[in-house]
Write a new protein. Structure first.
Length: 57
């Protein structure tokens, strides 16, 4: 999974009209973690990266 794909996920989720809660649920991470990731306060965990990779991202 490329770093670019991980950075693109919040934009894609936004384009789909997903709320933060829904986008986090899709990745299987807590909403607070997703929010911090989206704001670039933390980098996505390997677990989140694996989930996105399995989903075809």
């Amino acid at each position: 999974m490329s770093a670019a794909a991980m950075r693109a996920y919040p934009n894609i989720a936004n384009d789909w009209g997903l709320k933060e809660q829904e986008a986090a649920l899709l990745l299987g991470v807590p909403e607070s973690t997703y929010r911090r990731w989206r704001k670039h306060e933390v980098t996505p965990s390997r677990a989140a990266q694996a989930i996105v990779q399995r989903s075809g991202g």
